[in-house]
Design a protein around this ligand. Structure first.
Ligand code: AMP
Ligand code: MG
Length: 435
């Protein structure tokens, strides 16, 4: 598909964005490094400043927008840590056994109501309120039970097996700061503080579409030269995990006007627009030019592999990411650039953001040309000696989604690195951190 309204003749001729051939040098003129691109994105993104008050169950995976200050002590009362007998420690003989009469019982939710005199004890269950006069709990396994009394051996410690009010959380204490991603333990904590609702940051609205005249939807029949649109499904999965509001705009044809209209529509209703395809310098690539025409281009080339052409900028207030068309490039560039931006939009604290790498030893020789930071598909594992090891998997071309599906990590190779022999230590980004 070509368009007379767009003339790319002034641009340098270029091979397709990714090829299977490994060149001696892979230098890309005027490209940002991955780190420069990430810094550019993070300095552009501003946290969304709208809050939502929601039920605590709905807050799982959302970002906390308020400090959690304890309105009460946890536990709220002095209680037993064991099933056993509450006693006064001073009643115990330190040299020989002691016999104590059972004055009553304290069960969880049913405190002992009477008085516990000297020489008496109270049968007590885990979590039950301690009788006011008791200071120590003897585990039931450590007593000999008689009909209405117990016999205790010496050698116990005053205060043992007793939980004190505020031991877990003190009233007035700040337990969580805003900017944390809410997990299951946090839900329980909110509930234990009696909080039914919580303030979280708003979900970013993220629109996305594919570009390409060759793309057909699943369920339709392919014509000659057609392929099924897979990127929209990958992006759907990636975005779903980031807990954002999704707006799937389908496939947009390779026509300047169609791309422009889609940009205008998306930027009116979303915080982020993500496209795939049409971002390099082919005759039918309109994404970068449209961004330039309607908005602001921060950059459009990164010295990385896969994913050299990535356009980033703004359409009014809407952040724009033009990802490459090749499916593996989509995933790599999403993880490295889009995900950190969305995390910042959501107000996630930088130390909460993932993408942490590990070091592993390569089992195999790795092919790499200097010039671009590479993200090869690999499988990492722990060997019997407890070392992280890694091996490459499948074809390392950016259209090979099957290798991406089988892999469990990217092997990250420095921009200037060349080929690496087996047994070299390499950086590994586990997919569990990324997607
Ligand atoms: P482009 O960047 O538009 O030149 O696309 C690069 C390669 O990715 C081409 O082989 C496209 O057919 C392919 N491609 C682009 N978009 C998609 C998509 N949504 N699903 C699958 N493949 C795609
Ligand atoms: Mg295309």
């Amino acid at each position: 598909m070509t368009s007379t309204s767009h003339n790319h003749a002034s641009r340098p001729p270029q091979a397709s964005s990714e090829t299977t051939t490994t060149h001696a040098c892979d230098h890309v003129p005027n490209a940002l490094t991955v780190e420069e691109a990430q810094a550019n994105i993070l300095s552009t993104v501003q946290e969304l400043n709208t809050l939502e008050q929601i039920n605590i169950r709905d807050s799982l995976g959302r970002v906390l927008a308020q400090p959690i200050i304890a309105a009460m002590d946890i536990p709220p009362h002095r209680n037993s840590a064991m099933d056993g007998y509450a006693i006064r420690f001073t009643d115990l003989d330190t040299k020989k056994t002691t016999q104590l009469n059972i004055a009553g019982e304290s069960f969880a939710g049913h405190p002992f109501q009477g008085n516990m005199e000297a020489g008496e004890c109270v049968r007590i269950m885990t979590g039950a309120v301690m009788p006011i006069d008791a200071d120590t709990v003897i585990m039931q396994e450590h007593v000999e039970r008689q009909a209405e009394s117990i016999i205790i051996q010496p050698q116990h410690t005053q205060g043992q097996n007793v939980r004190h009010p505020g031991e877990d959380v003190k009233k007035g204490e700040t337990i969580l700061e805003p900017g944390r991603e809410i997990n299951a333990a946090n839900l329980g904590l909110f509930a234990s503080l009696g909080m039914a609702e919580i303030n979280v940051t708003r979900k970013p609205r993220v629109a996305f579409f594919s570009t390409g005249d060759e793309l057909k939807n699943v369920g339709s029949i392919l014509g000659e030269g057609d392929i099924y649109d897979s990127n929209r499904y990958t992006l759907f999965g990636l975005l779903k995990k980031l807990n954002v509001e999704l707006l799937d705009m389908g496939v947009i044809p390779d026509q300047a006007l169609a791309v422009e209209n889609a940009f205008k529509e998306a930027s009116k209703i979303s915080d982020v627009l993500i496209t795939s395809g049409g971002v390099s310098v082919g005759e039918a690539d309109f994404v970068s030019d449209t961004l330039k025409k309607l908005g602001h281009v921060n950059f459009w080339k990164i010295a990385m592999k896969p994913g050299k052409p990535v356009a980033f900028g703004k359409l009014d207030q809407c952040l724009f990411f033009g990802l490459p068309g090749n499916p593996v490039s989509v995933m790599a560039t999403f993880a490295l650039f889009v995900k950190p931006a969305i995390q910042k939009l959501k107000g996630l604290l930088p130390n909460e953001a993932t993408n942490r790498s590990i070091t592993a030893i390569s089992d195999v020789d790795i092919k790499k040309a200097p010039g671009r930071k590479d993200h090869q598909r690999g499988i990492y594992y722990v060997n019997e000696a407890g070392e992280y090891r890694v091996t490459t998997i499948g074809l390392q071309s950016s259209h090979v989604l099957s290798a991406m599906s089988k892999a469990n990590c990217f092997i990250v190779l420095d921009k200037d690195s060349g080929n690496l022999p087996a047994q070299t230590k390499v950086e590994v980004l586990p997919f569990s951190e990324l997607f």
